[in-house]
Every structure is written in structure tokens, then in C-alpha cells.
Write a protein that binds this ligand. Structure first.
Ligand SMILES: Cc1ncc(COP(=O)(O)O)c(C=O)c1O
Length: 411
């Protein structure tokens, strides 16, 4: 039996951002008008209450990552956490080594600080990925040098959802005495992420990717074995143990804490549910459009991500045809430009197929009805667009005019 039709529009862009969980909103509101003290005010009850709320949130975020609360530094989001990790480590440890290793499919919040560090005299090795979007610990090992200071590898890719072999890379970095940073904006709260098990020294995360508010995130900074030395990038009051100055946004921090609590308690069950919906979505699309190409490994992947190219259509036209569904044709941060995404290019996806890609990002509010509706609408839109295109009419999925495609990545 088909599921009940969903009310339109349907939100399927959970890699771009997620709605605040009502429990998060409920936790935040009292801190706007009741517990409104400055968490740094040590001389009265308003300040103490705000500080207590901040420290509870710090405990909740630490519990999500398996670290101690003192190792959590609140930031304005993952962008700032990435900048603080990279510039902060480089500034404090530049005398120890001036070589950094990362991957070409990283988010711009890592790539651009690395470019800036290169201009300041650091050497940066940007490793390629394979056709499935994966990088291996062996590649990292081959890139390490005696002067390598830090390796930065994202936990989960924001476009294609691929997961990096963090435990292998962490073991390698520990053995070689190299610091290991991961941008986990898309992974924290969605897949298990224990900093001890994975050998991580620095981790960036963002509340608005886990049903918390926008404008708040955190950087995990290891304090033992080794203690990571970090130069603050924002001065003016010594907040956050001197790592990041500025009055703490208590309500935002409380929202991040509550979002982390919910993710820790409910994340595993939700991930299993979303993986089921994602697999159903792919099955439905493939049944009617067998020539689609899945971008990125299906086995090493976030449970809620599907990134697919449809040969013979334009991604932007497809998005317009599917405007009842909030989807993306590449990273939200770069969708203002029509450049093929740097991630799909790194996988070797031909430009026409990169332009013909859609990212489905499933989330907490999505149901089987949403999946069935978007699958049916996508199939209809792809067929219609193919029929409109010369020399596609009448379109068939096995048309000899299909652009050359690479083999579908391993399932
Ligand atoms: C992998 C990754 N890193 C960093 C960011 C930036 O996070 P924020 O919006 O919290 O600055 C994003 C958000 O798009 C992301 O997906």
C-alpha cells in the first residue's frame, strides 16, 4: 500500500541545515528572557544560572564526542571551528612543522584556511580521492613528512555523504606524532564519533546540522596525550579558557547541548530509519531510471545521503521542475555559482553528469510518503526534461545519445 501523500513542499535538504527540534527550542527559550545573565558574571545569581546552563551544555556536547567538558570550546559554527583549528594550530606550532595534509573534497571552511596558510609559508598537500570519493590511510601515510604538523580529513562529506576511515587515519597520526583534525559538521550526531576510539585531536561540529540553532558550534581540542596547543584567533576577554573570546550566547549553547543530548540518545535508531528510507528512495529511482549514477560510495556513506546524477538532464532545470521539494544540486554554500561542484569533479564525474546531479538529504521529519512522492516526481521530471531535449525525443532510458558515464560506484 502506498504511504499517504505528504503535504508540499517537502524538505529534503538536511545537509544544508535542519529545523530546530521543538525540544531544543523549549530548552533555549527560558535563557532569552529568564536566565539572561552573562555567564561570565561571577557576582550574582543571574550569572551563576547562565554559567550552570553553559556547563550543562558543555557536558552534553562532550558526551556526544566521548571527551571531557574542558576540551569543548564553543564557536559560532563549524566554519569558525575549522578556522580556529587550522589557524590556531598553525600559529601555535609553526616552529614544529610547516607541512599540512588534507583532501581535495573538503568543505571550503577547511580548503580556504589551508590556502591562506599556504600564502603564509606553510606547505599543503591536498590528496585526491578515488572514483567513490574515498581517501585511504595509506594515501595519508605516503604524504606524511618529518615536518608534517597536522592532517585534516572531514568525517563525512556534505555533498556525497562519504565517510572517511577516521580510525585508521587516527592510529597512523598517533604513531607518527601528527595532529589529527576532522570537520565533523555532517557526521557528529549522525554516526558514532568517539574521539578516543578514532584518535582525533581536534573536531569541528555545528548545531544547525543536528536539529539545533544556527550560529553555534564547537571545537573539540584534546587536552591530554597530547595536549594540543592552539593560538586564539579572537581576542578580548579570555573566554573559553582563552581559546575564543566573546560573551557566550547562552541560549544558543543550551540549544546545541540539547541537540547533542537528543542525537546521542536517539541517533542510532534514527540513522537506521533514515538508511531504510534512503535505500527505498534509491530502489524507486533505479526501477524507472536504471541509467542513473550514484555519486560516492554507497557502503561508506551517511545514512541520510543520496547523491545521484541523471544522464541527459540539467540539474538546475531538474531543481526547477522539482520545486515542491527542497533539494540541492551540489553544496548549498556554492550553489550560487554554476561551476560543477569541486567534490564531483574530484571523483572524476564528467561535467555534464556533475551538472545533472541531485543531492537528497533525508532527516528527522521525513517519512516514507515523502520518499515515494519525491521518487515519483523525480522520475516524471527526468522523463519530461529528456523528452524536451534534442536529440532525446522520444526519450528512452537506454538512448544511444546518453553521454558517456563512468561505471556506477560499488554498492
Ligand atoms: C562539512 C561542513 N563543514 C563546515 C560547514 C559550515 O558549518 P557552519 O554553517 O556551522 O559554519 C558545513 C555546512 O555547510 C559543512 O557541511
Amino acid at each position: 500500500m502506498p504511504a499517504l501523500a505528504a503535504t508540499l513542499p517537502v524538505y529534503l535538504d538536511h545537509h544544508a541545515t535542519t529545523p530546530c527540534d521543538p525540544r531544543v527550542v523549549a530548552a533555549m527559550v527560558p535563557h532569552l528572557s529568564e536566565t539572561y545573565g552573562n555567564a561570565s558574571s561571577r557576582s550574582h545569581a543571574f550569572g551563576w544560572a547562565a554559567e550552570a546552563a553553559v556547563e550543562q551544555a558543555r557536558d552534553q556536547v562532550a558526551a556526544l564526542l566521548g571527551c571531557t567538558p574542558k576540551e569543548i570550546c564553543f564557536t559560532s559554527g563549524a566554519t569558525e571551528a575549522d578556522n580556529l583549528a587550522l589557524f590556531g594550530v598553525a600559529a601555535a606550532n609553526g616552529a614544529r612543522g610547516r607541512h599540512l595534509v588534507s583532501v581535495c573534497t573538503e568543505h571550503k571552511a577547511v580548503l580556504e584556511p589551508l590556502d591562506a596558510l599556504r600564502q603564509r609559508g606553510f606547505e599543503v598537500t591536498r590528496l585526491p580521492v578515488d572514483a567513490d570519493g574515498l581517501v585511504t590511510a595509506e594515501q595519508i601515510e605516503a604524504a606524511l613528512r618529518p615536518d608534517t604538523l597536522l592532517v585534516s580529513v572531514m568525517a563525512a562529506n556534505n555533498e556525497i555523504g562519504t565517510l572517511a576511515p577516521l580510525a585508521d587515519i587516527g592510529r597512523l597520526c598517533k604513531a607518527r606524532g601528527v595532529l589529527f583534525h576532522s570537520d565533523a559538521a555532517q557526521a557528529a550526531g549522525h554516526v558514532p564519533l568517539d574521539v578516543e576510539a578514532l584518535g582525533l585531536d581536534l573536531v569541528s561540529l555545528s548545531a544547525h546540522k543536528i536539529y539545533g540553532p544556527k550560529g553555534i558550534g564547537a571545537l573539540y581540542v584534546r587536552r591530554r596525550n597530547p595536549m594540543v596547543r592552539l593560538a586564539p584567533q579572537q581576542l578580548g576577554g579570555g573566554h573559553e579558557r582563552g581559546r575564543r573570546a566573546g560573551t557566550l550566547p547562552v541560549h544558543q549553547i543550551v540549544g546545541l547541548g540539547e541537540a547533542a543530548r537528543i542525537a546521542r540518545e536517539e541517533g542510532a535508531a534514527e540513522a537506521a530509519r533514515l538508511a531504510g528510507l534512503r535505500d527505498t528512495l534509491l530502489d524507486r529511482l533505479r526501477a524507472d531510471l536504471p541509467d542513473l549514477r550514484v555519486n560516492g560510495s554507497l557502503s561508506q556513506r551517511l545514512p541520510n545521503n543520496l547523491n545521484v546524477s541523471f544522464p541527459g538532464v540539467e540539474g538546475e532545470a531538474l531543481l526547477m521542475a522539482l520545486r515542491d521539494f527542497a533539494l540541492s544540486s551540489g553544496a548549498a554554500c556554492t550553489s550560487a555559482t554554476l561551476e560543477p561542484s569541486h567534490v564531483l569533479r574530484a571523483l572524476g564525474v564528467p561535467s555534464d553528469l556533475a551538472h545533472a546531479s541531485l543531492r537528497f538529504g533525508l532527516g528527522r521529519g521525513n517519512t516514507l510518503a515523502h520518499v515515494e512522492q519525491v521518487a515519483a516526481a523525480t522520475v516524471a521530471a527526468v522523463r519530461r526534461l529528456r523528452a524536451l531535449r534534442e536529440p532525446w525525443a522520444p526519450a528512452t532510458e537506454s538512448s544511444p545519445h546518453l553521454p558517456e558515464t563512468k561505471p556506477t560506484p560499488s554498492l
